[in-house]
Design a protein around this ligand. Sequence first.
Ligand code: ADP
Ligand code: MG
Length: 462
Amino acid sequence: MDQSFKKQKVFTSEEEKTLKWDQIQLSFKKAFGNEVYNSWLQKISLLKEYNDYLVLGVPTRFFRDWIVSRYLDKILEEVKIFKLSLNRIEFKIIEENKQNQEIVKIDEISKVTEIKDSILNYNRLNPNLNFLNFVKGKSNDIALSYSKRVCEDISRYNPLYVCGGVGLGKTHLLNAIGLELQDNNNVMFISAERFMYHFIKSIKKNDMVNFKDFFRKSSVFIIDDIQFISGKESLQEEFFHTFNSLMDKGSQIVISSDRSPMKLDKVQDRIKSRLAGGLVVDIDAPDLELKIKIIKKKIEEIQTQFKESINLNDDVINYIAKESKTSVRELIGILNRVIAFGRVHNRTLNINDCKNILKDVFNQIKVITVDKIQNVVANYFNISLQDMLSQRRSRPLARPRQIAMFLAKKMTSRSLPEIGRRFANRDHTTVIHAVKTINRLSDQDDEMKKNINQIKSLLLEQ
Ligand code: ADP
Ligand code: MG
């Protein structure tokens, strides 16, 4: 199984719910104000939690559309404060009076139903990702200007292929193109992952004719994260035909990927050269100047949208910009944390506060690994790593093992199966059991709570 497939997690198994939904609801109330909260957000329930996405329940289709068009970004940001690894939210419509029953029953519903009801990434444009709020800088200037030109002069640059690392603004640009063109064109905006989902579904239902019609009737076809087709032969075949037929009828095609066409792994050569045949533009990592501009823009957006004043002085802004190294997504994540911290403590923050917050963020994002957790825990309990990972079940070994699994779940973004594998190939259900046990014990037992906190601070210090 290749990397991109794993990352996208189409048919992933559910993981244990670790989020405290009532706490998140509280933060919604603070962030959105009573009025919006009472009319909308309060009615959202948490149905399923996965490593990088959530399935939330809403009462009606209208309700869902309303929330998605107005509050989705902000909801995502708020939940991210509690769950760093989150990168998308899906909604499922459940009738209000059935909500409780539905939660119980949902495990029996096949994964396919869930995907059918989900709406993100599937031809829904996010109104908040437009050209106006895409901040221009040296690293994205060319990609931005050609994205705009495509909108003025359809099929002049065909396909337009936008490439760049994770979190640098590809989806934002593609979405902006879709928004700009949707009034006068039949715009199709889909991720390669979802394209595959529809493809498989149509094969199963023996309905390829509809599938072909559906995608080939668009006059603007925007496909996100094309690297996903890597290694999937029949999908590539279908994509190739769709691509050619769209090109033949003069439709504009826009594509994004984490790498340039020729560097796509396990993709047929004829497809690569087709993809490279139009215009390829890059987005690079942002420089300091752009990061600062983005922070200021985001602050401005939050202030106008939520009528809330945010006091971050230039020193703090510079500090955040300098410290965030990997992507715009990370930058925004950090900014949100800082803003949330300021809200909770209700005061203007200084650089020292930021240092502490960032220490936490970076430790969680980067430095803390499963290996490190295992070493620190084994050391703490004075047992050897080998014993801790062994199959022996005596309590002096089993407890530390469970604590290490629990911390691995809490402090890294690894999924349960991945954690299981790193503990001498244990099953993910063992990890779930460990997380539950330690959660329960640390609620009941002060000694356990103290141990966990000490280990956590050891991990954060290093
Ligand atoms: P990618 O698709 O390349 O992984 P996204 O388009 O999802 O990245 O961008 C990640 C986040 O950063 C999004 O919230 C997006 O709005 C924001 N972002 C990226 N670049 C910019 C920019 N130049 N100006 C404003 N926001 C940006
Ligand atoms: Mg993207």
